[in-house]
Write a protein that binds this ligand. Structure first.
Ligand SMILES: Nc1ncnc2c1ncn2[C@@H]1O[C@H](COP(=O)(O)OP(=O)(O)O)[C@@H](O)[C@H]1O
Ligand SMILES: [Mg+2]
Length: 146
């Protein structure tokens, strides 16, 4: 099952983030696919606000991972764009943390083989004019996108 949602404004992305934030629990993994500028980090910032994270969420593209502890759940925000191999991912220790918070991964392609089989996947698109997202929920979340 796949859900198509238009994101015609920043408010649309905020609304989606608010909806998704209500369904999250510890151990959940969100995979955010999409080209540079398609809105992955912006979406994550909004999820962070909805989880009552006080710190400003910044793009982890240089540091690979940021951890936020002040919200409703710990949030691990990961960007694997610069990752070269799966070994580096293991070095991050991410897989050991997943159970203790919410994990949001931008550019998750390289990690796919190492991730838990249950991930809520969002495919962001921006063609220069229109923005949209295709959502493929895992079993735990499909009821929210029926
Ligand atoms: N739904 C939206 N409507 C309008 N602008 C958006 C929307 N989502 C994101 N943006 C803008 O697009 C720009 C790039 O988004 P960003 O989240 O950094 O992309 P990515 O992380 O996918 O590279 C940001 O300036 C952001 O404000
Ligand atoms: Mg980004």
């Amino acid at each position: 099952m796949e859900k198509y949602i238009e994101l015609n404004s920043e408010q649309d992305t905020k609304d989606l983030a608010a909806y998704i934030a209500t369904m999250l629990k510890e151990g959940d993994v969100l995979c955010l696919y999409g080209e540079l500028g398609s809105g992955k980090t912006y979406f994550t910032k909004q999820v962070g606000k909805m989880l009552f994270i006080e710190d400003e969420i910044s793009s982890p593209s240089f540091v690979l991972m940021n951890e936020y502890k002040t919200g409703k759940f710990p949030l691990f925000h990961v960007d694997l764009f610069r990752l070269r191999d799966e070994g580096e991912l293991l070095d991050l220790g991410l897989l050991d943390m997943i159970d203790s918070g919410i994990t949001v991964i931008e550019w998750p392609e390289l990690a796919e083989n190492l991730l838990p089989y249950k991930t809520l996947s969002l495919y962001f698109h921006f063609d220069g004019k229109k923005r949209w997202v295709n959502i493929i929920p895992d079993r735990d979340h499909e009821q929210f996108f029926a």
